[in-house]
Design a protein around this ligand. Structure first.
Ligand code: 0CJ
Ligand code: F3S
Length: 319
């Protein structure tokens, strides 16, 4: 083994408070009510998490029409629009809402701005479940802006009455670029009361930046449809990593990526169980790299209480 080889694993990485809560919600619901427990959409955007919960009796559906009347359905961490809540009530479904409280905060901001008659420019990715949920709060007030280059073509009714909000899992740097272009175009642009890009997204991006500048390769563990994981690859490359790839697990690492590579950085998205990162570190050791050194940017201590509707049933069951 060459002495100059090294592996640095970023921290914070992996599960955030909202993912932890959402996954535990499905696990507890399975224990309490027994399988099957239906989940609308992937509870979080991670293939391994979904497969594991499926093996325990969770049934993931795309739409509520697939859930039998009277059954229990969990809403995913990414949030749902009011129309989905209404549909669930209409079908007589018992719902447990695992929407991350930091997504709910953005929904509340959207309702408040819309109530003030403002046009809301929502920075986010078309088709992403979180964007669909947030947009559903006030569809007629919300215009989606995906990238900085989309700002020029924007048209709003009253340029003096616009506010912006964002998806929670975007690139911090790209979002600021979009906001500064928006502000150039709309000088009266109103900001959200606090950051919409959540603490976990921000911390994982800052942590990967720290390790990327000196890395020949940065491996990001996360699923293809995980917005925050995909952003980590982009951030690593922008921060100076010579190469960066996303993998779902160690089995997806191509040996060719490691040719001539001395310094490897490793991190993971907010929906990724840490055992998958350990698998990547083991894989690297098997290929002649030393044990990883962790570089920690900051501590995270946030914990969210389980959804109240589940807590109530857990309490009743234990009484
Ligand atoms: O939007 C969220 C509440 C983030 C959940 C955690 O990450 P993930 O991978 O399930 O979702 P994103 O695609 O939004 O990053
Ligand atoms: Fe919530 Fe952010 Fe995680 S919005 S689910 S804390 S990535």
């Amino acid at each position: 083994m060459s002495d100059s080889k090294r592996v640095v694993v970023a921290a914070p990485r992996g599960y955030c408070a909202g993912v932890d809560r959402a996954v535990i919600t499905v696990e507890r619901a399975l224990d309490l009510y027994g399988p099957p427990v239906y989940v609308r959409k992937q509870i979080v955007h991670n293939r391994h998490v979904v497969e594991d919960l499926e093996a325990r009796g969770a049934i993931f559906v795309e739409e509520l029409t697939e859930v039998p009347e009277g059954a229990t359905v969990v809403f995913s961490a990414h949030g749902v629009s009011p129309a989905v809540h209404a549909e669930a009530a209409e079908r007589g479904l018992k719902t447990i809402d695992a929407t991350c409280p930091l997504v709910t905060k953005v929904h509340n901001e959207a309702r408040r701005f819309a109530g003030q008659g403002l046009q809301i420019l929502l920075i986010g990715h078309a088709g992403h479940e979180e964007v669909e949920g947030t947009s559903g709060e006030a569809p007629e007030h919300i215009t989606l802006v995906e990238h900085p280059q989309d700002v020029d073509a924007l048209e709003v009714g009253d340029p003096g009455r616009v506010a912006w909000l964002s998806q929670t899992t975007l690139s911090v740097d790209e979002t600021w670029e979009t906001v500064s272009k928006l502000r150039e175009k709309y000088p009266d642009l109103i900001d959200p009361p606090s950051d919409d890009i959540c603490y976990a997204t921000q911390n994982r991006q800052s942590a990967v930046k720290q390790i990327a500048a000196t890395a020949d390769l940065v491996i990001v563990v996360g699923s293809r449809n995980s917005s925050n994981s995909v952003r980590l690859v982009e951030v690593a490359l922008e921060a100076g990593a010579k190469a960066s790839y996303r993998v779902d697990n160690a089995g997806e690492i191509d040996d060719a990526w490691l040719e001539g590579v001395e310094s490897v950085g490793v991190t993971s998205g907010a929906s990724v169980p840490d055992e998958l990162v350990q698998g990547v570190l083991d894989h690297l050791q098997q290929r002649g790299y030393p044990a990883a050194v962790e570089e920690r940017l900051t501590e995270e201590n946030l914990v969210f209480a389980l959804p109240p509707e589940l807590r109530k049933d857990l309490k009743r069951a234990s009484a």
